[in-house]
Ligand binder design. Structure first.
Ligand SMILES: [Fe+2]
Length: 199
């Protein structure tokens, strides 16, 4: 019985998210989108067995990632962000919303300040830099679909991530200081050992 209720909650969340996204397609109201994503996921984020839901997914940068919902156009995942692991600035080719469920995360959003015409060169400008706590939402939306984040010590850190489609197969990974980028698959980056952790 409990299982059936949980299935319905996930489905109802996905349906509510679809309505939010359809509205955003029409009005392009970014503030409305943020509020709608929070509202649509509120009950699921508060579910007592949230961390038992979902099926294992091969995470892009992390090991503990689960699909809560996926239909090729909408994806909801639950991701544990290891403390101290610096996820370097990267893009997605698509918008992404990250809603913190537990723990704390430093989260920085960038946009390109250069014209994008020189291969390997990128001048990034910070447009948002903050510490997210449970219930906070961080969004990366093209052309500002570049972000970097690090989970802070304390409680285990879980984020619900929502994307409206499919990630690009390859991403740009940026070095902000040297104003450069490389193109990698997330798996290649992870297996290269380039993701630092101080935890
Ligand atoms: Fe990302």
């Amino acid at each position: 019985m409990l299982h059936r209720q949980d299935d319905q909650l996930t489905r109802h969340t996905a349906q509510a998210l679809m309505a939010v996204l359809e509205r955003y397609d029409l009005d392009r109201d970014a503030a409305g989108l943020r509020a709608g994503l929070l509202r649509a996921t509120e009950r699921l984020r508060a579910a007592p067995d949230l961390y038992q839901l979902g099926v294992k997914r091969e995470g892009n940068h992390i090991n503990n990632s689960k699909y809560l919902y996926y239909d090729g156009q909408l994806q909801i995942t639950l991701d544990e962000l290891p403390h101290g692991m610096k996820i370097p600035a990267h893009d997605h080719g698509i918008w992404e919303a990250l809603i913190l469920c537990s723990g704390r995360v430093t989260h920085t959003v960038y946009e390109r300040a250069d014209d994008g015409n020189t291969d390997g060169y990128a001048d990034l400008r910070i447009i948002e830099d903050r510490i997210c706590s449970p219930g906070d939402i961080a969004m990366v939306v093209p052309p500002a679909d570049i972000h970097a984040f690090t989970a802070l010590p304390g409680d285990r850190t879980f984020a619900m991530t929502i994307i409206g489609g499919k990630y690009a197969d390859t991403r740009r990974y940026y070095s902000v200081e040297s104003k450069s980028y490389v193109v990698r698959t997330p798996k290649a980056l992870r297996e290269s050992g380039a993701l630092e952790t101080s935890a």
